[in-house]
Design a protein around this ligand. Structure first.
Ligand code: PLP
Length: 456
């Protein structure tokens, strides 16, 4: 079981692998957030997962709260999903033809998600979001989209604007937000065609739609901000976005890459009572495999018919992967969706335990959650009285990024794995138990006490 964390010790297997990895991989890893940006002195190399635990290259086991950035809704190597994958592999990996399983999975998605009348499969959340972008533009004949500060929709140019955490001044005045490219290499055209707004602010959205609705193809939103920790929508905000987009004749694209098949059978749309025109799924849909989907109203999706608006892909609806997805969705809908009730109950226990640990340690921090997604925000000096983080500007103004990173490293040493970036978040899976939650709470209690000592 959990042993003392060996990965940060010089001479550990992770240290050796990192030294080798740096010779042949950029930053020694395969995505910047996994590398030296977030991990000290180096990332922990993982070797395997089992249920709610992940085991590193030195054999140390951790309760996994990151779960592949939320993808592993049933944890690691769920026996039923492994059996399904093994059986499907014997029938062949890929046909790139029509197949029965794609019909069966699409039928399930349409039954589960209110706005999903037609489905088009892709491989990753980024890819599905790119297909959604082309669809809303092609369908409306308009080029401009509205996205919100701090929302991430994958790394395509059109969405790579004002997604990253920034110091508050960098966003400009909320009446005239400054669009900030997330990266070099974004074209001026992409920047011109993406308008940004602060989230959770229906008045500013209305002002923009009043002035520019005729140019705007869609308003694009995460239903819960999941790339600045966890920021739930303000009461009535999503309904206001729905009402305004309908009133001004603009499409509403809700990106459920994170929230789909995680916050409920019908995703965040069901949870918050809002229906998009177009939506997309990734992470939870694939249960750890690269499966994503674009879905929506059938009159809009019909625009993809015959390739008039193109969405190609050799790997679209890969039958090997979809066999697993079919079983995963059946597990989620079994017993009237009991899995989601249980996830919420476990998350309530974890959130209450973390809040209690924070209060007992006297460390200035908040916990925000939506279903089984949660994040701890440590507050900067002078910002201790802040009661909630409501958007990217609050995040930039109040959140102590370094303290969160320190917290994550203390948790690694306690045998709990989570993303060390404060902009990401923790999740639970259907195979976590009360005992796992209690272990996490006990570990976090010790970490909070240590952080309180360090702050004095
Ligand atoms: C809301 C949202 N959309 C899209 C994506 C991109 O998904 P992927 O990493 O599978 O390309 C992410 C990834 O974190 C996301 O959080």
């Amino acid at each position: 079981m959990t042993s003392i964390h060996a990965a940060a010790v010089p001479g550990s297997r992770s240290a050796e692998l990192f030294a080798r990895g740096r010779e042949v991989l950029v930053d020694g890893v395969s995505s910047p957030s996994r590398g030296p940006l977030n991990f000290r002195p180096h990332p922990i190399f993982m070797a395997r997962g089992a249920g709610a635990e992940i085991i590193d290259a030195d054999g140390t086991s951790y309760v996994d709260l990151m779960l592949a950035y939320g993808a592993l809704i049933h944890g690691h190597a769920h026996p039923e999903l492994v059996a399904e994958l093994q059986e499907a592999a014997g029938r062949g990996a890929l046909f790139a033809t029509a197949s029965e399983v794609e019909v069966e999975v699409a039928e399930r998605i349409c039954a589960m998600v209110d706005c999903a009348e037609k489905v088009s499969f892709a491989s990753t959340g980024t890819e599905a979001a790119m297909a959604a972008l082309r669809l809303v533009r092609g369908f409306t004949g308009r080029r401009t989209i509205v996205k919100f500060e701090g929302h991430y929709h994958g790394w395509a140019d059109a969405y790579s604007v004002s997604s990253n955490p920034l110091p508050p001044g960098a966003y400009g005045h909320p009446n005239d937000p400054i669009p900030v490219p997330d990266t070099s290499g974004v074209t001026p055209g992409a920047l011109r065609d993406t308008l940004v707004l602060p989230w959770n602010d229906a008045d500013r959205l209305e002002a923009l739609l009043k002035a520019r609705a005729g140019d705007i193809a869609a308003v694009v939103t995460e239903p819960v901000m999941a790339n600045m920790g966890v920021i739930p929508p303000a009461e009535g905000f999503l309904q206001a976005v729905r009402e305004l987009t309908t009133r001004y004749g603009v499409l509403l694209y809700i990106d459920e890459t994170v929230t789909g098949f995680r916050l409920g059978a019908g995703g965040a749309q069901e949870r918050y009572g809002v229906t998009a025109d177009v939506t997309s799924f990734g992470k939870g849909l694939g249960a750890g495999l690269p499966v994503a989907a674009l879905a929506g109203r059938s009159d809009i999706m019909a625009a993809l018919s015959g390739g008039r608006i193109l969405h190609y892909g050799t790997q679209n609806a890969n039958p090997l992967l979809l066999s697993v997805v079919r079983r995963s969705l059946d597990l989620l809908t079994a017993d009237d969706g009991r899995a989601f009730t249980r996830l919420d109950q476990l998350a309530d226990r974890l959130v209450a335990g973390l809040r209690d640990g924070i209060a007992r340690a006297g460390v200035p921090a908040l916990v925000q959650s939506a279903g089984a997604m949660l994040q701890v925000y440590f507050l900067r000096r002078g910002h201790e009285s802040v009661e909630s983080i409501g958007g990217a500007r609050d995040f930039g103004a109040h959140v102590d990024l370094d303290r969160f990173n320190r917290f994550a490293h203390l948790m690694f040493a306690e045998g709990v794995y989570l993303s060390p970036s404060p902009a990401l978040h923790s999740v639970l899976s259907t195979v976590h138990t009360e005992a796992h939650v209690d272990r996490i709470v006990a570990a976090a209690g010790r970490a909070f006490a240590q952080l309180a000592d360090e702050r004095r």
